[in-house]
Design a protein around this ligand. Structure first.
Ligand SMILES: [Zn+2]
Length: 138
């Protein structure tokens, strides 16, 4: 896709998600698209943006990621007290390396969770996120 078409496409994706395509949001969309599949933290994206000359406060980066996740443009992944924003929005689970703190997608067949308990009264289950904790052997 030509760069101009990609900008148009980013703008359309934002509008379809109900988000006004401001310049900072377009910058974040471009960074997400150009960086490929990965798991972003506000800090890591803030650094990426700074490296490409986009100056944005950490709070704005965080709020933008949160807004994109709420709109379904990113997937929120929480492990312990940390949250990542996954650029892969398809249904998938994650491996988490307890030593390095690195998180990655489970590729291919996804684990199946069966025999879930009934949800608390008046609640319905929206989904199950599996985090498989790993550590390098040897
Ligand atoms: Zn992921």
């Amino acid at each position: 896709m030509a760069p101009r078409d990609q900008v148009l496409s980013d703008s359309m994706r934002l509008r379809e998600a109900g988000i006004r395509p401001t310049k900072p949001r377009m910058g974040v969309m471009r960074a997400i698209r150009e960086g490929g599949r990965r798991h972003l933290s506000p800090d890591s994206l803030h650094r990426e943006l700074a490296d490409t000359g986009i100056r944005m406060s950490l709070a704005t980066v965080y709020n933008t990621l949160k807004q994109f996740a709420d709109a379904g443009l990113l997937r929120r992944v929480g492990v312990g007290d940390r949250t990542w924003f996954c650029t892969n929005t398809s249904e998938h689970h994650h491996f988490f390396d307890e030593v390095t703190g690195r998180i990655e997608d489970v590729l291919g067949d996804q684990p199946r969770v069966i025999d879930l308990p009934p949800p608390p009264l008046g609640m319905s289950i929206l989904g199950v996120d599996v985090v498989i904790r790993v550590r390098r052997t040897g």
